[in-house]
Design a protein around this ligand. Sequence first.
Ligand code: NAD
Length: 267
Amino acid sequence: MTGWLDGRRALVVGAGSGIGRAVVDAFRAEGASVAVLERDAGKSAAITEALPDVPVTVGDATTREANDEAVATAVEAFGGLDVLVNCVGVFDFYRGLGDLDADVIDDAFAEMFSTNVKCHLHAVKAALPALRESRGSIVLTESTSAYYAGRGGVLYVSSKFAVRGLVTSLAHELAPDVRVNGVAPGGTLDTDLRGIPSLGQESRRLDDTPGRAADLAARTPLGVALTGADHAWSYVFLASSRSRGITGDVVHPDGGIATGRQTERRP
Ligand SMILES: NC(=O)c1ccc[n+]([C@@H]2O[C@H](COP(=O)([O-])OP(=O)(O)OC[C@H]3O[C@@H](n4cnc5c(N)ncnc54)[C@H](O)[C@@H]3O)[C@@H](O)[C@H]2O)c1
């Protein structure tokens, strides 16, 4: 059996849990060699224990240094890099501008946009020389919140619209050498997505929301509550040569949100 990613060398940033962790498993199942960059030491140790052949860099992906180190580690281990995936993100638990004290906006904006936006810039910048050499592919993580309001607060939604802008802008800039696409998951089960410290939310997990599975399914026309493992195949496709004619585009594994129809409104 041949895999969709046979021989591909990938770096997954934010791979310790949720969608990124599922991408690691799917990529490996499809034949890729995978390295990871993850901030959380416990999650990093768990990857090393479960997958001893995966080179793990423990570091903060909002910094240039951590991304440079992770790319160097991957290139040294694999002899090059074909794919960069970034699954880092933090949430704001639906805080509207009216919910934010004026004196918290500077810190909250810096935290949200540093993690959800700048992190992608550093990762792409660090990986670019190796990706140009391999004529590789980048997959960034958007969200339903990159297209619609209401599934996050003002900072989360605007940060995800910015990631959407990065996909378009980088795809334009990096063609024909490197393809750049996005995956825009809908609300996802079994992840560790957390809030930001300036809003006092760093220990709060979105996945702990009571009734979340039923709520997610009820929101979508397909009536599905998806997990990282479901989304991972969109990343596999965009990282593979099957998508070689696609750049600046997005796959939306979200149960059909764009149809505008909600399951609870069905007759
Ligand atoms: N959970 C959802 O409902 C949902 C829906 C749509 C989009 N997303 C997006 O999917 C992506 C993955 O989210 P998830 O739900 O799997 O959450 P997650 O928290 O399980 O995964 C994010 C990973 O990134 C790591 N991380 C966070 N900040 C980091 C940093 N500065 N440096 C290095 N690693 C860091 C975390 O430790 C974690 O392992 C995010 O971009 C999120 O916005 C999530």
